[in-house]
Design a protein around this ligand. Structure first.
Ligand code: CMC
Length: 430
């Protein structure tokens, strides 16, 4: 909190208040409006949180105008080049990069919490074979609270850490199980001799009858995508985790709620929607028509993978993913015509005044689906992949929230627009 204040007076009632200015280490300052209603009788109105900071946080910083993304101060480009997903998860949770022994301990803990209980395996049998894997993952993650009573006391830091480790460890196991069930294959156990991403790919694709031949390029590409998706400050799903967390709910319930929020096509569901859109466009020659449709407000169609609430210049994750997309497809020897459609679409939109004026650029989801497809991951699993990675961010924010003294339950107010008081009318007189 700085010494600066902003005075606000309502001329009609002559009520005034002095709003303290809150500044962080970087980024725009904010007015603290906590006492505004008490002092002036006004609420603030900001649907969609266009100008509202809901919390203080030291986890991730974004400068949308400059295309900057920092995890705990480290630029995403440097982490993408030099780090790995588990190290990034450690960084997000603990605030510092781990020393070698700290990383070894963390990796050991995550690796040794990857199994799920046998009875949780049976949960999957309760779903119809064509259930969306996001539905199965959301349910399975929420159900973890029923299995792990030793990590439900949110006032115990050791239990909170254990829950965070469990969530990061078990998400890939649950995700792969959801996929295997949907295609009628037996669920595979996690192999602890493999690293995080190789282990996941193994659980996804290994068949009991023969050894799995897997290109190391695949695990490397997945690891990079997970780094890029690991956190993104107060996005809709993280804000959901925090809102649910503010009620004192257990961590598994909070992350299940985060998965639900991520599923929407305006958020994590966009990567699945991008691939469907590219397949519908089908050929680079149809791109012009798609761009025109996206500009027509009556069409109900938007270019999926385009635009972002915060990035108004470029999404640094999209820049890294675009480069990686060409490299991965080249190394895996995959020739996907959808990549040509995507590149043509990007070029057409970037030249079009509608997209330029509104500062709509490709976001993280635009190219990620093409890479997932090249790795053999089916379209319905794309948002699940996002959820595995974002679990690191969700738990980092949840832990931070519970380390904040005097945290309050999140309880927004409203501008009521309904009927004014009126008398009940008996049924025969309506
Ligand atoms: N295609 C066509 N027009 C668009 C698009 C798009 N993808 N995105 C925004 N616009 C237009 C929108 O119609 C509006 O036009 P106007 O000013 O004439 O009314 C203007 O651009 C501003 O849009 P907005 O909806 O007010 O912006 P927002 O900040 O509320 O929404 C967004 C951001 C990401 C939800 C939106 O850009 C969108 O729906 N994009 C497509 C879905 C998508 O790719 N989502 C993934 C986001 S990144 C990963 C993640 O968060 O999970």
């Amino acid at each position: 909190m700085s010494d600066k204040t902003v005075a606000l007076t309502d001329a009609a009632s002559n009520r005034s208040t002095s709003l303290p200015v809150v500044s962080g280490t970087m980024g725009d300052p904010a007015f603290d409006i906590g006492k505004l209603n008490k002092d002036t009788g006004y609420f603030t109105y900001d649907p969609g949180f266009m100008s509202t900071a809901a919390t203080k946080s030291a986890v991730t910083f974004i400068d949308g105008d400059q295309g900057v993304l920092l995890y705990r101060g480290y630029p995403i480009e440097q982490l993408a080049k030099n780090s790995n997903f588990l190290e990034v998860a450690y960084l997000l949770i603990n605030g510092e990069l781990p020393k070698a022994d700290e990383f070894a301990k963390f990796e050991h803990e995550v690796t040794h919490h990857t199994m799920m209980r046998e009875s949780l395996k049976n949960f999957f049998q309760g779903f119809h074979y064509d259930a969306h894997p996001m539905a199965m993952c959301m349910a399975a993650v929420g159900s973890l609270a029923a299995f792990y009573h030793d990590s439900l006391d949110i006032n115990d830091p050791a239990q909170r850490k254990l829950a965070a480790i469990r969530l990061i460890a078990k998400m890939p196991t649950i995700a792969a199980a959801a996929y295997r069930y949907s295609i009628g294959w037996p669920i595979r156990y996690p192999r602890n001799n493999l690293e995080y991403c190789s282990r996941f790919l193994h659980m996804m694709f290994e068949v009991p009858s023969e050894p799995l031949q897997m290109s190391p390029v695949a695990a490397k590409a997945l690891d990079l995508l997970f780094i890029l998706h690991a956190d993104h400050e107060q996005n809709a799903s993280t804000s959901t985790v925090r809102l649910v967390g503010s009620t004192g709910a257990n961590p598994y319930a909070c992350v299940a709620a985060g998965i639900a929020a991520l599923w929407g096509p305006a958020h994590g569901g966009a990567n699945e929607a991008v691939l469907k859109m590219l397949a519908e466009i089908g050929d680079a020659k149809n791109v012009g028509k798609a761009v025109e449709r996206a500009k027509d407000k009556n069409s109900g169609f938007r270019l999926m993978g385009f635009g972002h609430r915060v990035y108004k210049n470029f999404d640094p994750r999209a820049t890294i993913i675009r480069e990686m997309c060409h490299k991965v497809l080249g190394e895996l020897g995959v020739n996907d015509p959808l990549l040509d459609v995507a590149m043509e679409l990007e070029q057409a939109a970037l030249k079009d005044s509608y997209f330029v004026e509104r500062k709509l650029y490709p976001n993280v989801d635009f190219y990620s689906g093409i890479i997932y497809k090249a790795l053999g991951i089916p379209t319905e699993m794309f948002t699940v992949m996002f959820a595995i990675a974002r679990t690191a961010g969700w738990v980092a924010h949840w832990l931070e929230q519970h380390e904040t003294p005097d945290a309050k339950i999140g309880r927004p107010r409203q501008i009521y627009t309904g009927a004014t008081p009126r008398d009940y009318v008996a049924a025969d007189q309506r």
